[in-house]
Design a binder for this molecule. Structure first.
Ligand SMILES: Cc1ncc(COP(=O)(O)O)c(C=O)c1O
Length: 388
């Protein structure tokens, strides 16, 4: 049985996704399909590298050198045809940490920061935690597809926005923004002198027919105006090891951000995170190809399951293993929808409203699990719908 077919027992590992099910969803028998990690074992070469490092038995201070950082830049070159110099990379324990650091380093209290909603909840927190002013550019939802409202985007930039936090691919709506869309956003940011902070953590999780384009790769001018936060942790299921990085081409911005990290006492990754990052980026590609096939067939299963059901419409994701579900035809107040999913269908989904008001009547499902688990969850939802 392949790694992707097994249903591993994650309980008892202090897993947020599995061990907090009862406290969050009220019952042990709810299938966790929420927080964004995967129920798959990591690539064998990464496990081997971690075991080998662990067996050394000494875990003193470690550093990163250019040959280590090259594993990142080679990955970006091969995976995204993005040429990044080793000197542009700063390491960070997490993408959310990087967003917090960048907002503090490049804006002042009450400065305006723009996000496109609905969006990953920490985007709101990153702005509010530092008393910056939240400005939203709501995505347009038409014919079960999300698009950027460019008129509103420009209007918001004209109001004096300092930073735009882009989510590409977008969590939760699953869009992989096209070159045209990215160029238009980037041009407007240049025109209105707005710093682009691009969260591209889902960059490697793209379905066939789509291509991830790092926004900074569009032109040298855009590159100088962009800070990109990325990580192997979504791609290779390493979130607990906390290893990520930031690409900052402009030296002045890079120095400023680096100083800010240091001021907060963050100046190195942990040894095991380092080990996993390098092994994943140098030896993980075959595993990733297999993963993408599995995710694509899981995504298709979800689409097929609901295609003849009026109650729930699936917004077909172009990337990410997160599926945004429009449940508004169930005609239920949002709290009743949440209760229905956890009490009747017994599935633990993310609450749509946690991504913003536009998530009223929506839920988000994590499909990075074995097909057997996914089928069980989907059957439970269908059965519960039939019982209504
Ligand atoms: C868009 C986005 N950014 C960041 C993160 C988390 O990143 P990290 O664990 O590196 O802080 C997630 C996790 O789901 C995410 O979806």
């Amino acid at each position: 049985m392949s790694n992707f077919e097994r249903v591993p027992n994650r309980k008892g590992t202090r897993s947020v996704k599995w061990d907090l099910v009862e406290s969050i969803y009220g019952s042990e028998d709810v299938i966790p399909m929420w927080v964004a990690d995967m129920d798959f074992e990591i690539p064998q070469p990464v496990t081997d590298a971690l075991v080998e490092r662990a067996q050394h038995g000494i875990f003193g201070y470690t550093f990163t050198d250019p040959s280590y950082t090259k594993s990142v830049t080679n990955w970006l070159e091969n995976q995204h045809q993005w040429h990044v110099s080793v000197s542009s990379i700063l390491f960070s324990p997490g993408v959310v940490t990087s967003l917090h650091m960048a907002i503090q380093a490049f804006t002042e209290p009450s400065d305006k920061v723009l996000i496109q909603t609905p969006v990953y909840p920490p985007f709101y927190k990153v702005i509010e935690a530092h008393d910056r002013t939240l400005v939203t550019n709501p995505l347009k939802y038409e014919n079960h597809q999300y698009q950027i409202d460019f008129d509103d985007f420009e209007k918001k930039l004209q109001q004096g926005v300092k930073v735009f936090i882009l989510c590409n691919p977008h969590n939760p709506v699953g869009r992989v923004w096209t070159k045209q869309e990215l160029e238009k956003m980037a041009q407007l940011c240049l025109q209105y002198d707005v710093l682009l902070l691009s969260d591209e953590i889902h960059a490697d999780l793209i379905y066939s027919g789509h291509k991830h384009i790092p926004i900074a790769s569009l032109s040298d001018e855009i590159n100088q105006k962009t800070i990109t936060a990325m990580s192997p942790t979504k791609t290779f299921n390493l979130a607990g090891l906390q290893a990520s990085f930031v690409v900052v081409a402009d030296k002045e911005k890079r120095d400023k951000l680096k100083q800010f990290f240091e001021k907060q006492g963050i100046n190195m990754l942990n040894t095991m995170g380092n080990t996993a990052l390098e092994a994943a980026y140098t030896q993980g590609k075959a595993w990733l190809n297999e993963l993408l096939d599995v995710l694509e067939s899981n995504r298709n299963l979800v689409i097929d399951t609901f295609k003849n059901r009026d109650e729930i419409t699936i917004i077909e994701p172009e990337g990410t293993y997160l599926v945004w579900m429009d449940c508004r035809n169930m005609n239920m107040p949002h709290q009743d929808l949440k209760n229905f999913m956890q009490e009747k269908a017994k599935v633990g989904l993310n609450d749509g409203v946690s991504f913003g008001d536009q998530g009223d009547g929506f839920m988000r499902m994590n499909i990075a699990c074995s097909q057997a688990t996914l089928e069980k969850g989907l059957n439970q939802i269908i059965h519960a719908l039939d019982q209504r």
